[in-house]
Ligand binder design. Structure first.
Ligand code: ADP
Ligand code: MG
Length: 458
């Protein structure tokens, strides 16, 4: 594998792990300058990029590179001025021979450059490339209804579901379709709740709060993604509440997404929660086998490549929980090499995908679990451990007990001891209760999944 192929594959993986804007900003004009004796030297265009990649993305880059070539043990970064003889990445990407002459995995990044500055919409997310199955049909139907009758059908529309299941895609598809359908007559704005918060903070800081308000109150369709990040941010919630009311009263459409239902967002102000519940709440769950296959097919068509059904079926059967990972697996196959796709050898395919599919269950410990549970419910770890008997703490504490039992297989006395010296019968009671509840309470299942994601990303 050449350095170029190595870097393209790693980039394909990195891209799936960070926001599109960050990917473009920090990875544009980068390449592998040298790869020798376990040290990969990444060429970057300026000192600013060097600093960011070194400090912020070192681990991610190393992991992505090592997935392709495990002999690389260390990364270095070097500034290579644009005037050097190395061709620009754009040229290089275009020149990179992909399968059947198509540039590999780069179509996406190029479209990204087209993100509209005013609406923040990425044109690649549309209804036409959004596959519908029983897991998301309600959400899709609601989204379509909102396009047809903005401000009237369902207001607000609230879509929730785990990561990588298509919330952002659907939200942006609404925005893109509204623009298409009503031309410039309706103003659309898409923003993540984190970006909303940081814009709000900086406009407060710069004395431009009126401008900020004005800006958001002029839109016809306001789309805020990943609203769970407003949890615990009182000032932002307050501002958002006023904006929301303003738009709502004028029959303007508000669309929100979150990784969990409004009920499950800790420290969401009651008045916001009840506003959200006043509209339409719908979830996206996990796709079934058939839909996973359809999604993979759709992606290959988009990328204009041909991959044997046998390989697609293998991916669909093994990558089940996350559409982003499904795409990641496909990208990896595409990048691996040409011969696999013309002459599929399933043993080789299995090997390439081995670490995505059989990711060894990472080890964790009771501290990670306590911390993740506390963060999720927005309470302090100390409260969780110690004598606090408030209802908001007792429930999460039982969740922590249950997870320590399930994930660590520890004894009841051990768990009791780590949670403030509680008696083992208390732990037994909690585990028993949760085990029963998990079976019938879907919301609890989702919460547990999200907490586990947190635990294993620590
Ligand atoms: P989320 O916002 O829920 O974390 P995204 O919307 O970012 O998930 O989706 C992750 C990836 O999976 C994106 O590349 C998206 O285009 C793709 N995807 C998700 N759902 C679908 C679908 N139903 N059909 C086609 N592609 C999908
Ligand atoms: Mg998203």
């Amino acid at each position: 594998m050449t350095n170029e192929q190595l870097w393209q594959t790693a980039l394909g993986e990195i891209e799936l792990n960070i926001s599109r804007a960050n990917f473009i900003t920090w990875f544009r004009d980068t390449f592998i300058f040298k790869n020798k004796e376990g040290v990969a030297t990444i060429g970057v265009p300026n000192g600013f990029s060097k600093e960011w990649l070194e400090n912020k993305y070192n681990k991610l880059i190393l992991r992505a590179i090592r997935n392709v070539s495990s002999d690389i043990k260390e990364l270095r970064f070097i500034i290579v001025a644009a005037s050097s003889s190395v061709s620009s990445p754009t040229e290089r990407i275009i020149k990179t021979p992909g399968i059947k002459g198509t540039p590999v995995g780069q179509a996406q990044s190029f479209q990204e450059l087209e993100i509209d500055k005013d609406t923040n919409l990425n044109p690649k997310y549309t209804f036409s490339n959004f596959i519908v199955g029983s897991f998301n049909e309600l959400a899709q139907a609601a989204a379509k209804a909102v396009v047809n009758n903005p401000g009237e059908a369902y207001n607000p529309l609230f879509i929730y579901g785990g990561t990588g299941l298509g919330k952002t895609h659907l939200l942006q598809a609404i925005g893109n379709e509204v623009i298409e359908k009503y031309k410039k007559k309706k103003r659309v704005k898409y923003i993540s709740s984190e970006k909303f918060t940081s814009e709000l903070v900086s406009s407060l800081h710069n004395g431009k709060i009126e401008e900020f308000k004005e800006n958001y109150r002029q839109v016809d369709i306001l789309i805020i993604d990943d609203i769970q990040f407003l949890s615990g941010k009182e000032k932002t919630q307050e501002e958002f509440f006023h904006t929301f009311n303003f738009l709502y009263q004028k029959n303007k459409q508000v669309i929100l997404s979150s990784d969990r239902s409004p009920k499950a967002i800790a420290t969401l102000e009651e008045r916001l929660r009840s506003r959200f519940e006043g509209g339409m709440i719908t979830d996206i769950s996990q796709p079934d086998m058939e839909t996973r296959l359809a999604i993979l097919k759709c992606k290959t068509i988009e990328k204009k490549i041909v991959i044997p059904d046998e390989i697609l079926a293998y991916i669909a059967a093994h990558v089940q929980k996350n559409i982003r990972e499904l795409e990641g697996a496909l990208n990896r196959i595409i990048a691996a090499n040409h011969t696999i796709t013309s002459n599929p050898d399933m043993a080789v395919v299995a090997k390439i995908l081995n670490d995505i599919i059989n990711a060894p269950k990472k080890l964790t410990n009771h501290k990670n679990i306590i911390q993740a549970v506390a963060e999720f419910y927005d309470i302090s770890a100390a409260d969780l451990i110690h004598r606090c008997r408030r209802k908001e703490v007792v429930g999460p504490r039982q969740v922590a007990m249950y997870l320590m039992r399930e994930e660590l297989k520890k004894s009841f006395p051990f768990i009791g001891e780590k949670l403030g010296g509680r008696d083992h019968t208390t732990v037994m009671y909690a585990c028993d209760k949760l085990t029963k509840e998990v079976e019938k309470n879907e919301m609890l299942q989702q919460e547990l999944n999200l907490i586990k994601e947190k635990i294993y990303s620590k």
